[in-house]
Design a protein. Sequence first.
Length: 201
Amino acid sequence: MILLEHIVVKRLGRAEYLPTWQAMRDFTLRRTDPTPDEFWLLEHPPVYTVGQGCSLPQLSGAIPVLKTDRGGDITYHGPGQAVLYTLVDLARRSLKVKRFVWLLEQSVIDLLGGRGERKPGAPGVYVDGAKIAALGIRVVRGRSYHGLALNVDMDLSPFAAIDPCGYPGLRVTQMKDLGFTDSPETAAARLSHILLEKLDA
């Protein structure tokens, strides 16, 4: 655990999705006004997750499909993907949800040296039309959880079984294919520092 200014950064390694999700919910429900914000950096074993506004798809194969309470549609998490969960008191920081989403996306764009871009109405970050980072949050009483999933150096083939984020035919890419050599751990750490600077600006 590392304390960066007013944010506690926890490196959780490879963590199962369900207990991590429950821990995020519990933290958010228990936190009080003085509770420091937290960033959780981790990878998940293979899992598909589906946002609260979508129905569970019928997928064959060994990868589990879980319904969650975040925004967004379906995505895939797996080893080699840097996950940054942002447990942030938006109300305390006077941040609106739209601005927070912009900061999350911009942090990824900055990490990529400006190579990423946004798509109107489709949260996340894209490079040449291919999605490299998925974004989905939930806000309860002005406090956010869930966050970002950035493809770093992973097996992208499970994305072929779904319409990523609900878009048929959407291509996906990763940092490795763009020439970056960061490990998922390094990418997550760099991303957390960039986001921290934006939150404290």
